[in-house]
Design a protein around this ligand. Sequence first.
Ligand code: UDP
Ligand code: MG
Length: 139
Amino acid sequence: MDRTLIIIKPDAVSRGLIGAVISRFEEAGGLKLVALKMAVLDDAVIKDHYAHLTDKPFFPGLVAFMKSTPVVLAVLQGENAVDAVRGMCGPTDSKKAPPGTIRGDYGTDVQQNIVHASDSKETAEQEIARFFSPAELFA
Ligand code: UDP
Ligand code: MG
């Protein structure tokens, strides 16, 4: 069983899509929620989380977007969870994401794409530790 971190982003939160996104993972994906909370992300944690992107021209806009509303942070557990969840999300650019994927069905563009998901098992463990204490994770 693998674990992966998702962030339901401000576009989904403001459009009332939290339940729809969680349902996809629970119902279609067969994944189990093992941690869940809301938070407003600050500049420092966004910079940590998106450290690979700080040099990109779109980074300031991404920071502004990510802190524009509270987000939902969750840990999903299941067989091959990292790849299964990335597959369900679809590619980064919502406009290129096929119908049936979460980004394809709900996303707007390359920035406002509804959901973050960890991209490897190693990244997942780092990201889970960034946002959740051990006591907030359930078996
Ligand atoms: N992003 C953006 N413009 C771009 C590429 C990415 O605003 O040209 C944002 C988008 O919200 C994306 C996030 O930066 O989800 C992280 O980018 P990454 O390449 O890690 O994509 P992801 O892993 O989310 O598919
Ligand atoms: Mg990424």
